[in-house]
Design a protein around this ligand. Structure first.
Ligand SMILES: [Zn+2]
Length: 307
């Protein structure tokens, strides 16, 4: 069973939205592409783990700390016999390995995920020791993309390649079928309580409200939406249709994400969304999810408690 879901990727959502409002610097754009690719790979792996028996505990996306050192785990699987740590990579294309260095076929060296995994595993063992749990730990780098190939791959490396994934999961399912004890559940609860929430605003590009191009960004992050008809907006890039109300509310959520300190007013939303010209309509939409707070002559919207 899923004991801790992966949750949302605020950082990715943030960049996906920002990059339509403002042309990002190359390094930020590359970071966005990297994050998105990684996230898609992790989600794909989540789906595969869902196919396992319910007798094991799955904890996705853990950020933990031991001895003042933080480490991140893409997926953790707790079974009766062993705890598995998975580092998921969505690399695509041909790569080769030389010693402990990993290269793209073009020669460009990239971080070897094995080094990252070894570090995480060692820190996780230290954490278990500190928490006085005594479980066996095994870790694997999972290459999830079927278009990935690694030349010179070592035979006994802790890798699971795309063509091995099906068989590997079958073997995991056999291990996982025995069920877990209350000690395992205690550990899972402890790990969830120790999970550190990352600040999504750290290492993000700098921007101001004024410099951003205004408009409602398509849900798929491709472009600004335009009026399709009385009730719908359309993305000129991918053709996605969305109800005006849902698009506005989604866009206001992004506004709060990009500018957590800004007070949500009808005027601000009107400017931010661009395409909706009726204040009355905007107010009507906002009141579905927000309540109006009036202080003196000014009023603004705050999110309703039940959302
Ligand atoms: Zn679109």
């Amino acid at each position: 069973m899923i004991f801790k879901p992966r949750g949302e990727n605020i950082k990715l959502e943030f960049l996906q939205s920002l990059r339509v409002h403002k042309k990002l610097e190359e390094k930020d754009e590359n970071n966005y592409i990297y994050l998105e690719k990684g996230w898609l790979g992790e989600k794909q792996f989540d789906q595969l783990l869902l196919g396992l028996t319910n007798e094991c505990l799955i904890l996705n996306n853990l950020l933990l700390e031991v001895n003042n050192t933080k480490f991140q785990i893409d997926s953790l699987l707790i079974t009766q016999k062993k705890i598995y740590i998975f580092e998921v990579k969505n690399y695509e294309g041909d790569y080769y390995i030389e010693g402990d260095r990993l290269h793209m076929i073009s020669g460009k060296e990239i971080k070897n995920p094995l080094i990252q995994l070894t570090r995480s595993e060692s820190l996780f063992r230290q954490l278990l020791q500190k928490l006085r749990f005594n479980f066996a730990v095994e870790s694997r780098v999972v290459f999830i993309n079927s278009e990935f190939y690694l030349y010179n791959a070592p035979m006994n490396g802790p890798f699971v390649f795309p063509t091995q994934l099906g068989r590997y999961l079958k073997s995991l399912n056999t291990v996982a079928a025995t069920g877990v004890s209350s000690g395992h559940v205690k550990l899972a609860e402890k790990l969830v309580s120790l999970h550190i929430k990352e600040d999504p605003y750290s290492q993000m590009p700098i921007y101001t409200y004024e410099e951003l191009e205004k408009g409602i960004v398509c849900e798929r992050g491709c472009s600004f939406m335009e009026i399709a008809n009385q009730n719908y907006l359309v993305c000129p890039n991918c053709g996605k249709l969305e109800l005006k109300e849902s698009a506005v509310l989604r866009s206001v959520r992004k506004l709060s994400l990009l500018f957590p300190d800004k007070k949500i007013t009808t005027n601000l939303v009107m400017e931010w969304c661009g395409v909706i010209s009726s204040r009355l309509t905007l107010r009507k939409y906002l009141l579905k999810k927000y309540k109006l707070v009036t202080i003196g002559k000014s009023s603004y919207f705050v999110k309703k408690d039940d959302d």
